[in-house]
Design a protein around this ligand. Structure first.
Ligand code: C5P
Ligand code: MG
Length: 163
């Protein structure tokens, strides 16, 4: 049995904030605002995982009103979602993602981000894809006021044919 999950996230950008994407700190004068470390890429992948197994969303599992999650590393959210998936008998097949950010350029970070996601999800590197886009200077992302991330994951459960 194969299932697909979709995730999306957006956070505001602000000067002096860290820019952490997929668990990797990017050299940048602007970064993402938010409760927790505001890692939009990990948030999108976490929601995609939860979505694939119809387990709700990130806010349901990690409410931002809960002081336990203040400044929590988003890798904790991701690992928890992956654990829930595995406990239900699923195997994560592959992950494809896009980060939409006007600047800085991210392409030099593609491999470290893929490696970080692969490590967190216990996947081979070739099962993890990370893509980058600008918003062509249009809208809040294009004007550098926010950044977005999208993720799709495929998970698989072995089905016993005699059941
Ligand atoms: O958005 P656009 O199509 O102009 O992006 C062209 C390429 O620039 C992307 O395919 C990506 O490799 C790279 N890029 C990047 N960092 C960004 C946005 C885009 O490295 N923040
Ligand atoms: Mg978020």
């Amino acid at each position: 049995m194969i299932r697909t999950g979709l995730g999306w996230d957006v956070h505001r950008l602000a000067p002096g904030r860290p820019l952490i994407l997929g668990g990797v700190t990017i050299d940048s004068e602007i970064g993402l605002e938010g409760h927790s470390d505001a890692d939009i890429l990990l948030h999108a992948v976490t929601d995609a995982l939860l979505g694939a197994a119809a387990l709700g969303d990130i806010g349901m599992h990690f409410p931002d009103t809960d002081p336990r999650w203040k400044d929590a590393s988003s890798s904790v959210f991701l690992s928890h979602a992956a654990k829930l998936i595995r406990e239900r008998g699923y195997r994560i097949h592959n992950v494809d993602t896009t980060v939409i950010l006007e600047r800085p350029k991210l392409k030099d970070y593609r491999l470290p981000i893929r490696e970080s996601l692969a490590r967190a999800l216990q996947l081979d590197l070739d099962c993890v894809s990370v893509k980058f886009k600008t918003a062509e200077r249009v809208g809040p992302v294009g004007e550098g006021r926010s950044a977005e991330a999208q993720a799709v994951v495929t998970i698989e459960k072995a089905v016993n044919q005699h059941e």
